[in-house]
Design a protein around this ligand. Structure first.
Ligand code: KMH
Ligand code: ZN
Length: 274
């Protein structure tokens, strides 16, 4: 089986220090959380950034500062800025970090309810616009799918040549408004992918580690992090992203799956070797 790529989603746009003190806001905090997650075994950092007061932002300058700080301590790590940003941001705002030409970025592949009155909007035209932007800038998309219709959308866009192959998917399961993170949901999605695809799974909340195990066994890859889950075990808050990554590394060991370095992850994902 291919080595396991672990992505650390270190802060997201929604989770706050009130939920878990380790959620990073400042550049220094973002750097530290990324570095510790990398040392624990993460080869990709899925990156959102915050202003110092915790407000989510997609400002290119803030991403630039964060990426520079992270690269100072772990120069080889793969940085994957979010183009999802936070609910309600405009297309242009969300795409601002792509002006830094990162090697990867997320591509959100459909609209969904996001809890309460919130709707995370990704119309068909949005997806096409985002995909074309990433293609023009030579940025590998990670196609974030929150339910089966999003996978079908990607499959249609692959046929039209809008999304390139081999395609990398991320199943984000268990969002309040998206598909649940039961085992059968995961396997349904995994079995719906075109040949030669790669995929990672991000289980939200209590699904984080049950789905990590399913992915480890099935040959998929895993995303964990405070963006998705703040607990290391039932009722016990994680001390930082590194603890969540360490737990996945231990699970991989238990199932005889080796963990990929960033260089190995680049090969698996067909990224340029740097
Ligand atoms: N914060 C969510 C609204 C992504 O990073 O591409 C969107 C999100 C997805 O987190
Ligand atoms: Zn995200």
């Amino acid at each position: 089986m291919e080595k396991l790529i672990i992505t650390a989603a270190i802060c997201g746009a929604e989770v706050m220090k009130e939920h878990n003190e380790a959620v990073p806001y400042t550049i220094e905090e973002i750097k530290d959380e990324a570095y510790k997650a990398y040392l624990a075994g993460a080869s990709i950092i899925h990156l959102h950034v915050r202003e110092d007061d915790g407000k989510p932002t997609q400002r290119k300058e803030r991403f630039k500062e964060a990426i520079k700080a992270i690269k100072e301590v772990c120069p080889d790590v793969i940085i994957q800025p979010s183009t999802g940003g936070a609910v309600g941001m405009s297309r242009e705002e969300r795409l601002d970090p792509t002006n830094l030409y990162p090697e990867m970025a997320t591509l959100d592949c459909g609209t969904l309810n996001f809890g309460g009155d919130e709707i995370f909007i990704n119309t068909e035209n949005d997806i096409i616009f985002f995909a074309n932007t990433l293609n023009e800038k030579n940025i590998k998309p990670e196609c974030e799918c929150f339910e089966k219709g999003h996978v079908d959308t990607v499959n249609r866009m692959i046929k039209k040549g809008i999304i390139k192959t081999p395609t990398h998917f991320s199943f984000v399961l268990g969002v309040n408004g998206g598909m649940s993170g039961e085992s059968r949901d995961f396997h349904f999605l995994r079995e719906s992918l075109p040949e030669n695809s790669t995929y990672s799974v991000a289980g939200i909340g209590r699904y984080e580690f049950t789905l990590a195990k399913e992915a480890i066994i099935s040959g998929g890859h895993v995303r964990v992090g405070l963006e998705d889950n703040i607990y290391i075990s039932k009722g016990v808050k994680a001390k930082g992203n590194y603890e969540l990554v360490e737990k996945v590394v231990a699970m991989a060991k238990e199932h005889n799956r080796e963990v990929a370095t960033p260089a190995e992850a680049r090969k698996i994902l067909n990224l340029k070797v740097i």
